[in-house]
Design a binder for this molecule. Structure first.
Ligand code: AMP
Ligand code: ZN
Length: 509
């Protein structure tokens, strides 16, 4: 197995040969969701992208420690660092819930969605509120090193001093202090009590009505948003680790400030390789929850709407694996545009791949093949699929190699191509590689044939497992409209759902 991989490092803005700190092991930290609302499909795309990376590194037999956090405090409205309400506090206030009820509810929903998309859980999933002590310690270290200052109980990171002494603030996003100054010149209201507009809060004094607050040497307050990732990555992966990932909207200010905090605290760089996944668009525009005043429709779609087809943006529902397939058809660093046509094409592609694999797994070699051109062609396609993955995880190219192999599979079955032209070993390798790619690396599940699911019953059983899964997620999200619609529509075709302690079962009347 060739473990020589090349990664595009956002820090150096070029592809680099990957060299783990400890031979054979990898520490990877990915910024997780802020759990104040349902995950949207854009979030899912980022986590599916990193799931494919995690799966591939595992496949290459690296020992990976994958840490993905849950942000449950400190992320303020408008992604600012001062002067706005904490997103989770706000939700708790509006819904009259404990902040931890909000956190638990949306964390459960996030986990359900990750399972539906068949993403593997991280090895460690730390929460910001569970690591307040570590965050206070980090603020103290930053203060001890002279990069923090206190104003009225809040602590700010001194970006000017840091930039002067380290010559480095802005190295990830490419924004230098002067640019930041001119960008923020019109926006001095955001400066508040900071010495400089580009400084950012690392500890925020809470006003008396703030729901989540902790004692600290500076005030009763809460940590700044960027701090949790610095503190938790250090705790679980060490001061310097291999890979840090997230969506590319996090590059600035979140990741830039993470780097400053880590360097400010330990005088060492946190991650050697920074990987950024690109955004999900819909109909060419960034997916967003805000409503277009002209059309009255928002340019966004929830996973549930995609599954059920209940959205003006699509003509029908698509299964989770079709959506996963759709996602892996584009490289993680490219934008991906969700359109109904693209989803229809993905559905066809997914079925074609699954069908071809079934045919392939059933092929039997008669036993007297040779190492002819066909054999070489197949082997080189397979080898190239791995070369593509080693080249910054190029899943669309690797997928294209599998598709180029499909006519060979069909030809062998139909007899247009001869088994005399491939060896038994090549056929066996092809079978293994298809299974590896489809199920282990791409993380697809076969929804195209009957699965003997909990409800048995062949194709219908598989379908019903899927529908019940979708309804379960709707219910977990208190989306009663979708949940009722599923139950009532099934009733119209004489399928009755029964909710019990052990989950939901169904019967056909
Ligand atoms: P948040 O819950 O807002 O902190 O976001 C969780 C993750 O989803 C982050 O890594 C974001 O960069 C990512 N993300 C947010 N919006 C999108 C989008 N439209 N497309 C892809 N990733 C996104
Ligand atoms: Zn983060």
């Amino acid at each position: 197995m060739n473990k020589e991989i090349f990664l595009y490092n956002s820090l150096s803005r070029k592809k680099e040969k990957f060299q783990p700190i400890n031979e054979g092991s990898i520490g990877m930290y990915v910024c997780g969701p802020t759990v104040y609302s349902d995950v949207h499909l854009g979030n899912c795309r980022t986590f599916v992208n990193f799931d494919i990376i995690y799966r591939y590194l595992n496949f290459l037999e690296f020992k990976v420690r994958y840490v993905r956090n849950i942000t449950d405090v400190g992320h303020l409205e408008g992604d600012t660092d001062i002067g706005a309400e904490d997103k989770i506090s706000k939700k708790a206030r509006l819904e009259q819930l404990e902040p931890m009820e909000v956190v638990q509810h949306y964390t459960n929903g996030f986990h359900d969605m990750m399972r539906i998309f068949n993403t593997l859980p991280p090895n460690i999933e730390p929460r910001a509120t569970g690591h307040i002590i570590e965050q206070i310690e980090m603020v103290q270290k930053i203060m001890d090193n002279g990069y923090g200052y206190v104003k009225n109980g809040s602590v700010y990171f001194d970006t000017l001093k840091f930039a002067k002494e380290n010559n480095s603030y802005g190295k990830l996003s490419g924004r230098v202090i002067e640019d930041l100054l001119s960008e923020t010149r019109d926006d001095l209201k955001n400066q508040g009590e900071k010495n400089h507009p580009s400084d950012f809060a690392i500890w925020i004094k809470a006003d008396p009505t703030h729901l989540m607050r902790w004692n600290s040497p500076w005030s009763v307050g809460f940590p700044g948003w960027h701090l949790e990732c610095s503190a938790m990555s250090t705790k679980y992966l060490g001061e310097t680790f291999d890979i840090h990932g997230g969506g590319n909207d996090l590059k600035f200010p979140h990741h830039e400030n993470e780097i400053a905090q880590n360097e400010g605290a330990c005088k060492c760089s946190p991650a050697n390789y920074w990987l950024h996944a690109n955004m999900l668009l819909m109909n060419g525009k960034k997916m967003s929850k805000s409503v277009d005043p002209e059309t009255g429709v928002s340019n966004s779609i929830t996973p549930q709407e995609l599954f059920s087809g209940d959205s003006p943006h699509i003509t029908k529902g698509y299964s989770p694996m079709v959506i996963r397939f759709f996602m892996l058809q584009s490289h993680y660093r490219s934008t991906l545009d969700l359109t109904n046509d693209a989803l229809l094409a993905a559905e066809k592609g997914y079925r074609r791949l699954m069908e071809a694999n079934k045919i392939l797994q059933d092929l039997k070699h008669p036993g007297n093949g040779s190492n002819a051109d066909l054999d070489k062609e197949i082997n080189s396609l397979i080898n190239d699929a791995f070369v593509d993955m080693n080249d910054d995880f190029n899943s669309p190219k690797a997928l294209a190699r599998l598709f180029e192999t499909v006519p060979k599979i069909n030809g062998l079955r139909a007899g247009h191509l001869s088994f005399n032209d491939i060896t038994g070993d090549t056929l066996a390798r092809m079978k293994e590689v298809f299974n590896n790619f489809i199920f282990e690396i791409f993380g697809l599940k076969d929804e195209t044939h009957a699965t003997a699911g909990s409800n048995g019953n062949g194709a219908l059983g598989g379908l019903m497992d899927l529908i019940i899964d979708i309804r379960q997620t709707a219910r977990a999200n208190k989306d009663w409209a979708t949940s009722d619609k599923i139950r009532d529509t099934l009733k119209e075709v004489s399928i009755v759902l029964k909710d019990g302690k052990e989950g939901t079962t169904w019967t056909k009347e």
